[in-house]
Design a protein around this ligand. Sequence first.
Ligand code: GLP
Length: 268
Amino acid sequence: MQVIIFDNAQDVAESAAEWVAELVNKKPNPVLGLATGSTPISLYSALVNKYKADQISFKQTTTFNLDEYLGIEETNKQSYRHFMNENLFDHVDIDKDKTFLPTCNQGENPRKQGLAYEDKIADAGGIDLQILGIGANGHIGFNEPTSSLASRTRIKTLSQQTLNDNSRLFAADEFQPTLAMTMGIATILDARYVLLMATGKNKAKAVKDMVSGALSAACPASALQQHENAVILLDKEAASELEDQEYYVWANMQNQKVNKEFGLYHNY
Ligand code: GLP
């Protein structure tokens, strides 16, 4: 795991945007894995700014989102499709026919639909770079604690903590889904690179468990310890419970020296 600590959340977003730009501008037909939640909103606005400044084009890009609520239509303002349109797709030159979310049509077998999503990712050549946030309980996507570390795209029941955390986004009289279709942990681990963004004090404990806790389904994000190319972008608050902060700062300085001498090389 490469842990990089930034002064603030905006620097986390700018760094994540650089990673995306590096992939999208260099690789033909890049495949991006995308996340929702409050954390990546500033990444998407940085990408929209880059697009407006002619620094990036998404024409050749295919995207796969981590998750989507069950039981609400795409047109519902709470759907993750709506979130992606609002925050990114409507503002850049992406072909929406190449943007996918793990939706689940009513009346169709959800297991089959989950596996079909896996096939679609494989047909696109696999995910080059997967953007992730992290839940305060250590979830990634909607893989709640106790999710199998070998899981694939399927329906998950949201935990009470996640429902409480996300209730701030729903009006009192609005339906809040309790089920979602989500990429599994094994699906996420298949991505060539994983870029997890975490900001704010309320993520500090989950970040500590992910980075230096036991590899355990109790903290699904800890599965990233087994990923070859997992990069963790943190602001100071999210990093505040890490014991080895000085080491991460030192290691990052060393990495920058190596990058300066040899250039960046991502094995997409
Ligand atoms: C949501 C999403 C996750 C996200 C997490 C944290 O429920 N399913 O993909 O990473 O919870 O969200 P936030 O960034 O709003 O804290």
